[in-house]
Design a protein around this ligand. Structure first.
Ligand code: R5P
Length: 296
């Protein structure tokens, strides 16, 4: 009889790992991590691994975590893992998908290739794929699975708001808006956005009447919060009754959450792809279902 699949995780993601292990019926074990005084890393994995191993690592603050994945995946292979799956509920570096000027690194392609060299399968949620049609083009592993949190957020919005109007803050959000809207027949529309810098965005509202409506801004990710804050201000200035926010990935860099609240947003909801006080729905059951078709 083959040993059951083992889920490996890091201490700072223990809560998410426990939820996923329970939902997927997996054994759970920890990767111990030590930082040497000079900043180098030492990882310690369980010494005997089954053939099928899943590593959970959500990739917010990704730079050191990518190195952890390199060390952990290579060591897991040496310790007996033959089929390695990465579960990265948030997959970093997906937004830089072309070189906007000569000499610019196309991070999506480089990080995608890096992960594909380490893993046999990658599972993520709402990766930011814009000019690329499928996750497999960005991360060329044999099994690349992109799940979506849009339905979970749509169900939450349906519970919390009467006759909401879903608004996407930019053209890229149209894919998530469409999926969420169709599920409950929500009215929906998408803004136009021009980005001038990390914290400078210009937004044009769609040509629809928002007066008196309970608007929910839905997007894949909030980073500085400027996109959502700008859209919220415009919506409230054109007489929306309320504006709430729902995002899959709660990056909320620095004071982003405050920036959004200061713009007049009522509530902020997110999935638990990245742990944050705004987490309102769990992706564990969704990922567990995907894992059952991926692990051996
Ligand atoms: C980009 O198109 C994404 O969907 C988000 O709209 C964007 O990353 C949000 O960034 P920020 O919160 O920094 O405005």
């Amino acid at each position: 009889m083959t040993a059951p699949t083992l889920l490996l995780h890091f201490e700072d993601e223990h809560e998410s790992a426990l939820k996923l292990a329970r939902a997927a019926g997996l054994e759970l074990a920890k990767i111990e991590r030590h930082h040497f005084p000079d900043g180098e890393l030492r990882l310690l994995l369980p010494v005997s691994l089954p053939e099928s191993v899943v590593i959970l690592r959500t990739l917010d603050h990704p730079n050191e975590k990518l190195l952890e994945l390199l060390l952990a995946a290579r060591t897991a292979r040496e310790l007996g893992a033959r089929h390695l799956t990465l579960v990265a509920p948030y997959l970093a570096y997906m937004r830089q998908d072309v070189a906007f000027q000569p000499g610019e690194a196309v991070s999506q392609r480089i990080v995608g290739r890096f992960l594909a060299d380490l893993f046999d399968a990658v599972i993520t949620v709402d990766p930011h794929l814009h000019r690329v049609a499928t996750l497999q083009e960005a991360v060329p592993v044999p099994r690349a699975i992109a799940l979506t949190g849009a339905a979970l957020l749509a169900d939450l919005i349906a519970e919390r708001r009467q006759r909401p109007l879903l608004v996407g803050p930019d053209q890229e959000s149209a894919q998530w808006i469409a999926q969420a809207a169709v599920r409950h027949g929500f009215d929906h529309a998408v803004c136009r956005k021009v980005r001038h810098g990390d914290r400078a965005v210009e937004i044009e509202l769609p040509p629809i009447d928002v007066a008196g409506r309970a608007v929910v801004l839905l997007d894949d990710v909030a980073s500085t919060g400027q996109t959502l804050a700008r859209a919220a201000r415009l919506l409230l200035a054109t007489s929306a009754a309320s504006v709430d926010v729902a995002v899959t990935h709660a990056l909320f860099a620095g004071d982003a959450l405050q920036v959004i609240l200061d713009a007049g947003v009522g509530e902020v909801w997110s999935t638990d792809c990245i742990r944050h006080p705004s987490n309102a729905v769990s992706v564990a059951p969704l990922i567990a279902a995907a894992l059952s078709g991926t692990t051996h």
